[in-house]
Design a protein. Structure first.
Length: 634
């Protein structure tokens, strides 16, 4: 799947690049009188009440529709209208003066088609034809929906939270990255929002309708909803004259609460809707429980499909913790000392480790998204924090943490200080995070690399701590640490040279989606913020007709485009003959970038057709046209 997504994206980019069209606004002076049915668009109704809205304009126009099930965008839109009646649609296009709509066009559906409502999801959501169903914000763990409160988060780059990199959110196709329960800075348990509700109704008079009450502002809204079940594994819902329920504090947090809101769970008991944050693009999962479940009228059967019995939190056991704490690496040689100093990570100073009862694993939740309301950035003073542990001849341990000092005990997988110690405090606009405690659980000890320790933060419904606030530490180099560039190993025979789209010469070093070119082990390619990866290569046998641009491409940072946009990047170099060249990419993402998460390729690309030519070898390949001299990280 990853391969096809990647190739489709690249193909689309290249197709757009080599299919020039006139996108100027000189022909975009359309008036409402021009946007009439039969000339600018068509409306086609079939016998099953499926309505097809289709633009007749040039593909360069962006098209918008106001239709019975809401608002939509695109050159062709299909909708299903179960009930007979007279409907109207307005067609709009983007012009140099903004979006212009034509006059509403009316069309008629002559008969009801109740077959369109037979999908059980309609009954789950509304109670069935002629009925209504009331949904309220989830207030505790009910054993379904993987939630303990009204809202939770999901990683958009790994919606199953299992390292697979799956990005498609859908029914029973989501594992939360973090379930915060009730938080004062988010939605506290006593928030008026918890008295809000949505009532979904379905009947042959009002069709698919919704009434919702948001207790925070006391407003009641009525409108329509459209349940799109074209792919029943990935249903979406849209709203007209109302919106997907959320708290007031998040009004401006997401791009849209009205159009194509993703349903991640829908049973007679639980409804979960997903909207994506605008600034930090995490999925926010809004959790609702059926009112009849909350008030005890209906019980959730224990054998209900999708019922999840989450596992109880199990604290990690760190074997040989003492040995690991005092072991580091000096120029590739293990060193065990009597004292070791740790520094706070400048990439992720803190995090929360959350017990995922579905996968039975402790997982971090911030994912590099620091600077948000809920995960504020730390100050520069954190970089000066040093934590030193010393081992005495009598087998006891002492510590120094800034101006704090004393003794500590290593108790299996815990560091127990003689008193409460503070690593640092992070103060944001909406919350203060204090890394302070006496008993610290060790979550990870990677000798010479990483130490993660944390204090209890939150409990699950059973009263067990399922969230710890952790400080991320790195081992301070012990004298004579490695300096200069890091050489990345590569396999010359695995370098894949080829002509891309009959236009560009590529030298592919790594591609997680296949296609050859796995010349490097992605585990060896890890860049801290502001580090640079440099690739030095040599061209052989080329004839140039004019200077060409060459650039190192990956799917990272501020410049993620490929051909032809990448040739305009400031880091692109000019080549005009055989020779040795160095191309590079600097990590400008603000955090560490890893290639072993299978979300980024690493490829040299060069303008070729119209710029240069090289003969293929006897086997028709370009293996000898470009050789890699070195790959370094600096």
């Amino acid at each position: 799947m990853k391969k096809s997504i990647y190739l489709s994206a690249v193909a689309a980019l290249l197709f757009a690049a080599c299919t020039p069209e006139d996108y100027s606004l000189k022909d975009r002076n359309l008036d409402p009188e021009d946007l009439v049915e039969g000339i600018a668009f068509t409306v086609d109704v079939d016998a099953e009440n499926t309505v097809t809205l289709k633009s007749l304009l040039d593909k360069s126009y962006s098209c918008y529709w106001t239709q019975p099930n809401g608002r939509s965008q695109g050159h062709e839109v299909k909708l299903q209208l179960p009930f007979a009646g007279t409907y109207q649609v307005s067609f709009g296009v983007d012009t140099r003066g903004g979006v212009v709509y034509g006059k509403p066009y009316q069309f008629t559906i002559s008969t009801n088609n109740m077959a369109l409502l037979e999908d059980p999801l309609y009954e789950y959501l509304t109670g069935g034809v002629g009925h209504s169903k009331k949904w309220v914000p989830c207030d505790k763990a009910y054993g379904v929906g993987q939630c303990t409160g009204p809202v939770m988060y999901c990683n958009p780059d790994d919606v199953l939270n299992d390292g697979s990199g799956d990005t498609k959110l859908g029914i029973n196709h989501m594992v939360p990255n973090w379930d915060p329960g009730f938080e004062n800075w988010l939605i506290p348990a006593d928030s008026p929002y918890m008295d809000s509700y949505m009532i979904f109704s379905l009947d042959d008079v009002n069709g698919c309708s919704i009434t919702e009450y948001r207790a925070e502002d006391g407003d009641t809204h009525t409108g329509k909803f459209n349940l799109n079940l074209s792919d029943k594994n990935y249903p979406v819902i849209s709203f007209t004259d109302t919106y997907s329920m959320h708290n007031v504090g998040f009004d401006g947090a997401c791009d849209s609460y009205t159009t194509d809101v993703i349903i991640t769970e829908l049973t007679p008991y639980m409804l979960q809707l997903a909207t994506k944050r605008t600034v930090e693009p995490w999925w926010i999962i809004w959790n609702f429980i059926a009112e009849d479940v909350k008030n005890g009228t209906v019980e959730i059967p224990s054998d209900e499909p999708g019922y999840i019995e989450p596992s109880a939190p199990v604290l990690p056991e760190i074997s040989n913790l003492e040995e690991g704490l005092f072991t580091t690496d000096i120029n590739g040689v293990n060193y065990t000392g009597s004292a070791m100093t740790f520094l706070v990570s400048d990439e992720a100073a803190y995090d929360w480790m959350w017990w995922n009862g579905g996968t039975s694993a402790w997982e971090g939740i911030v994912g590099g998204q620091y600077g948000s309301d809920w995960a504020p950035l730390w100050g520069e003073e954190v970089a000066d924090v040093e934590f030193t542990i010393s081992k005495k001849a009598n087998g006891t341990y002492t510590y120094e943490l800034g101006e704090q000092s004393g003794t500590l005990t290593i108790d299996e997988s815990k560091l127990i200080f003689d008193k409460e110690v503070s690593f640092f405090t992070v103060t944001g606009d909406n919350r203060v995070i204090e890394l302070k405690g006496q008993e610290w659980q060790v979550f990870k000890c990677d000798p010479g690399s990483e130490l993660i320790i944390g204090i209890p933060d939150k409990k699950d419904a059973s009263g067990a701590y399922n969230t710890y606030l952790v400080v991320n530490l790195t081992y301070k180099p012990v004298g004579g640490g490695q300096s200069g560039p890091i050489n990345v190993k590569f396999i010359p025979d695995n370098v894949n040279n080829y002509i891309e789209a009959d236009k560009y010469f590529r030298c592919q070093l790594y591609n997680p989606w296949g296609g050859g070119g796995d010349a490097i082990d992605p585990a060896d390619l890890k860049l801290k913020k502001n580090q640079t990866v440099k690739v030095t290569l040599t061209l052989h046998g080329f004839t140039f007709t004019q200077p060409a641009k060459m650039v190192l491409c990956c799917n990272r940072g501020n410049e993620q485009g490929w051909e032809p946009d990448c040739f305009d990047y400031a880091r692109a170099i000019t080549v005009n003959g055989d020779g040795t060249y160095t191309i590079s990419w600097t990590n400008d993402t603000g955090s560490t970038v890893k290639w072993d998460d299978a979300t980024s390729a690493l490829t040299m690309t060069m303008q070729y057709v119209g710029y240069a030519f090289v003969d293929p070898d006897s086997e028709g390949s370009y293996k000898n046209a470009c050789t890699i001299e070195s790959i370094t990280i600096e």
